[in-house]
Design a protein around this ligand. Structure first.
Ligand SMILES: *Cc1c(COP(=O)(O)O)cnc(C)c1O
Length: 379
């Protein structure tokens, strides 16, 4: 089955009892048992819920993986994966990471006695040299946030396999429509379903997909033991979002590419980051491992904070807000918003300058988005 068809049908067969075409929202915490020790596969909704199960099957199908698990947030999914580690274990992570993942590693997981080394993702061989005898996990995002750098997943999967290390890829920015890391050799894919999978900026959610049965068994156990599960209603909203993922992603990308081309030529723009432009440093790699370039653009304005402040104040359609991946366009100032928790020296070292703006391009009409940016850039 093709992606578009899976998104609408996998895990979502009509309800056998009523014929309802849409998976019902099973608002129940518990399930009657036929006799002691006899039940219909459901005992308690932290452990399993039919609406969540439908979502988990759909998620697995979209990533072309065997097993899916849904969580209350992207960070809940991340926390559950990191619970696989024990005191003394070590993580190697790319240095361009979602701020919340960095905070979790440094402020929470470190207290468990699990340490992390950060590697400059421009040099894949640095991942190899950062590996220690106690390294259990490699954690990356690609495209990265906010600089939209691309990491070679297949090459990293080779390094991980040779060293018997689990490779986790946060696939939030690309979505499974444009990139499927399990097909490239990754062991675990993680998502913030808050973003493109949900797609409508109305829920917080997370997901994990793997084809490794042993890893799945452990994560399934932890999902129930830790308990950071999504509600049936939130599961249903993500399931509903997934049905239109393919059409939304095509529109996000179409608009983003046109806007990136427009911005690259604009005299007020100093630099543009979009993997779909031939001028992007890893454009070729992006073409190889992704089937499209997504809806995120970052740009540096000529000038500094003052110019960014006035730009952000002038846009009307691009709303100033955290998050991304919804149908509406958003504008974010990484230095003070998503990456505000990084110390200034760390932030500048990672190339997140004071004149950097990140755009989550929505699916409004391109001409309206272009006019909005044109107006905000005019002096
Ligand atoms: C938002 C985000 C997360 C965290 O997800 P939440 O749903 O906010 O907990 C993780 N990784 C990336 C790349 C994100 O954009």
């Amino acid at each position: 089955m093709e992606f578009e068809t899976k998104a609408i049908h996998e895990g979502q067969a009509p309800d056998p009892q009523t014929g309802a075409v849409i998976v019902p929202i099973y608002l129940t915490s518990t399930y009657e048992q036929q006799a002691i020790g006899q039940h219909k596969g459901y005992e308690y909704s932290r452990t399993g819920n039919p609406t969540r199960n439908a979502l988990e099957e759909a998620l697995a199908a979209l990533e072309n993986g065997k097993f899916g698990l849904a969580f209350a947030s992207g960070l809940a999914a991340t926390t559950t994966i990191l619970s696989l580690l024990k005191t003394g274990d070590h993580i190697v992570a790319g240095d361009d990471l979602y701020g919340g993942t960095y905070r979790l590693l440094e402020k929470v997981v470190k207290n468990w006695g699990v340490t992390t080394s950060y590697v400059d993702i421009d040099h894949i061989t640095d991942f190899k040299t950062a590996i220690r005898p106690n390294t259990k996990l490699i954690w990356i995002e690609t495209p990265t946030n906010p600089l939209l750098k691309i990491i070679d997943i297949a090459a990293l999967a080779n390094i991980a396999r040779q060293n018997n290390i689990i490779l986790v890829v946060d696939n939030t920015f690309a979505s499974p429509y444009f990139q499927r890391p399990l097909e490239l050799g990754a062991d675990i894919v993680v998502h913030s379903t808050t973003k493109y999978l949900g797609g409508h900026s109305d829920i917080i959610g997370g997901a994990v997909v793997t084809s490794n049965e042993a890893i799945y068994a452990q994560l399934k156990f932890y999902q129930n033991a830790i308990g950071a599960i999504p509600s049936p209603f939130d599961s249903w909203l993500v399931l509903r979002g997934i049905k239109t993922l393919a059409v939304r992603m095509r529109e996000h990308e179409k608009n983003a590419l046109l806007l990136a081309e427009f911005l690259a030529e604009h005299p007020q723009v100093e630099h543009i980051y979009y993997p779909g432009l031939p001028s992007h440093e890893q454009h070729q790699l992006a073409q190889q491992q992704m089937s499209g370039f997504g809806g995120m653009i970052s740009l540096e304005l000529k000038g500094g904070f003052g110019e960014v402040e006035s730009f952000a104040a002038k846009t009307k359609l691009f709303l100033l807000a955290e998050s991304l991946g919804g149908v509406e366009s958003l504008l974010c100032y990484p230095a003070k918003m998503t990456h505000g928790s990084l110390p200034e020296t760390e932030r500048l070292k990672r190339g997140i300058k004071d004149n950097l703006v990140r755009l989550s391009v929505g699916i409004e009409h391109f001409s309206d988005l272009q006019a909005d940016l044109e107006n905000a850039l005019s002096k």
